[in-house]
Every structure is written in C-alpha cells, then in structure tokens.
Design a protein around this ligand. Structure first.
Ligand SMILES: NC(=O)c1ccc[n+]([C@@H]2O[C@H](COP(=O)([O-])OP(=O)(O)OC[C@H]3O[C@@H](n4cnc5c(N)ncnc54)[C@H](OP(=O)(O)O)[C@@H]3O)[C@@H](O)[C@H]2O)c1
Length: 280
C-alpha cells in the first residue's frame, strides 16, 4: 500500500518471471491480476499456487492494472501488446527479452502512450524478486514506484529501446557462454570426466562457479525454445553493427536442444538428468 491506495499490478503471461515478481509484490500487499484464458496447465497451476486474482481475459487485466507487465515468450510480445493496447489504462511495461525494434513495435500499440522498456539483468531463478531490472522510456519513473514494494529497478534513460539494447548485448554474452558450457560438459560427461572438468574450472573461474554452471545448464534445457527465440532477437539487433558468428551458432544450439529435449515439465535438478535424456 502507498498511503491508502492499493497498487494493482497485472501480468500478461504467468511463467517464471511473473510468478517470482508476484510472490514478492503480493507479500507487500500489492494486488496481482492475470488471466488464464487459453493457457497451459503449467501456467494455471503457477497462478493458482501464487494466489493471484484471475480475470476472464487479458482485456480485463489491462483495464484493472495500474501497472501491466508483459511476461510472455519473446515471439508473443507484439501480439499481446496489440491485443490489449486499446485497454491498458495505466503503465504498460514490456519486460520480454526482445530487440529494441520489437519493443518499439509492441509499445506502439499502447494507445495511452504510458510505456516502459524493461529488462531483467540477471537470473531471476537465482536472485528472485531482487533481481536487478533496468528501465527506459517516458513512464520509467512511474514504473520505478515498484521499488517501494522491494523491487530493484533502475531507470537508465528516457527513451524506449535503451534498456532492451543493453539487455540484448548482455544476453548475447551470457547465453553463448551457457551454450559453450553445456557443450563442453556434455562431452566430458560422455567421457566420464564431467566432475574433473567442473573441479578444474572451479579453480580458475569465479567463486560459486559450480552452482552457477549447473544452473545455466539446467535452465538452458528448460528454456531452450525461448532462448532460441531470444537469440533471433539478438541477431536481429547486432547484425546492424557486426557479422555475428557466435550468437548465430548459439541460436542453432538452442534449436537443436529444443528438438532433442522437447518441452520439459519443470527445470531439472541436475545436469546429468538432461544429458541422459539427450543420449536416448
Ligand atoms: N526467466 C528468466 O530468467 C528471464 C530473465 C529475463 C527475461 N525474461 C523474459 O521474460 C519473459 C517471460 O519469461 P519466463 O521465464 O517467465 O517464461 P515462461 O516461464 O516460459 O512463461 C511465459 C508465459 O507466457 C505465457 N504466454 C505465452 N504466449 C502467450 C500469449 N499469447 N498470451 C498470454 N500468455 C502467453 C505462457 O503461457 P503458456 O505456457 O501457458 O502458453 C507462460 O505463462 C520472456 O520473454 C523472457 O525472455 C526471462
């Protein structure tokens, strides 16, 4: 609550990001809204377990929310903005991993013009509700009001595209490192050398390397399809400035992983489960 007024935050899409942010906000008495129309059992279960208000459809969510956050798969960012653009009464934030061009296109459908380009700068799985989020755009300051409820949001500029540009550059690095780590550890696993490789890298890399390496591999497997989509967004952006080779290979890697693993029900606990599944 700020004063007597209760803040209402809506989510379009209710996966890992929406669940994590909602739990933190809900604990600070923020009212959370989403719609489960057309969604899978996983999404329905996440929203129900989190205990959020369920609306008939996304339009009702848009009409109810002071802040509406788009947390869908990257390929849907434009489509959902188009669907609710006329009805969004408050601030609309696109937090999906999409290129500045896609953010601009999505936000162009928000008729009241109160828009925010937002980007998560870290692993929400590891850092939770406190994960750093950068924002840009004319309504960025209004979005930053969520810091009063414990979020970690920083405004980086007044223009749409500034936050997503930085995010794309960061992601081309982090996702390519994850793919390389997966590939090396998988070969080591097949040779019975995975434990030795992890020990050796632990000595030369940063503290906490093992935990973060395993988390990178398990989340790469779980989010393979979404990561491939994100890599195409990255390619779209960086192709304007260079001839990307590593990011292109990383996109192919995540496509291959999607085909080999199919859709996983939940994030695997251990990298070995994933490697065994690939071998079959
Ligand atoms: N997870 C992270 O660490 C992280 C970090 C930074 C940025 N992001 C970005 O944040 C966004 C959400 O990520 P996430 O990890 O929460 O993904 P997720 O767990 O895969 O959840 C995506 C959600 O969007 C829903 N959805 C897909 N298409 C939709 C549509 N047309 N209308 C309404 N809902 C739709 C999905 O529903 P169904 O599955 O039921 O169809 C699901 O509930 C992504 O764009 C991602 O790039 C994620």
């Amino acid at each position: 609550m700020i004063g007597d007024i209760s803040m209402k935050v809506g989510f379009i899409g209710f996966g890992e990001v929406a669940t994590t942010i909602s739990k933190g906000l809900r604990d600070k008495a923020v009212e959370i809204y989403t719609s489960l129309e057309g969604r899978t059992p996983r999404t329905c279960s996440l929203a129900e377990k989190t205990g959020v208000n369920i609306c008939e459809d996304q339009i009702e969510v848009a009409k109810n929310s002071d802040i509406l956050i788009s947390t869908v798969t990257p390929s849907q960012a434009v489509e959902v903005a188009r669907a609710v653009g006329k009805y969004s009464k408050g601030v609309y934030a696109d937090i999906n991993n999409v290129s500045p061009k896609t953010v601009e296109e999505a936000l162009s459908y928000i008729e009241n013009g109160k828009t925010v380009d937002a980007a998560i700068m870290g692993s929400i799985k590891r850092l939770g509700f406190n994960v750093p989020i950068i924002v840009s755009g004319s309504s960025a300051i209004q979005f930053m009001k969520l810091n009063k409820y414990g979020m970690n949001i920083k405004v980086i500029g007044p223009e749409i595209g500034q936050a997503s540009t930085l995010k794309m550059l960061r992601s081309s690095y982090t996702k390519s490192v994850s793919a390389l780590l997966f590939e090396s550890l998988y070969s080591a696993y097949k040779l019975g050398l995975d434990e030795e490789l992890l020990k050796s890298l632990e000595e030369t890399e940063c503290p906490g390397f093992r935990e973060s390496a395993i988390s990178r591999i398990t989340s790469s497997a779980f989010h393979a399809e979404r990561r491939a989509q994100e890599l195409y967004e990255i390619l779209d952006m960086i192709s304007e400035y260079s001839d990307p080779m590593i990011s292109k290979a990383t996109a192919e890697f995540f496509n291959m992983l999607t085909k080999k693993l199919g859709k996983l029900e939940k994030t695997p606990e251990d990298y070995k489960n994933i490697f065994e599944r690939i071998q079959k």
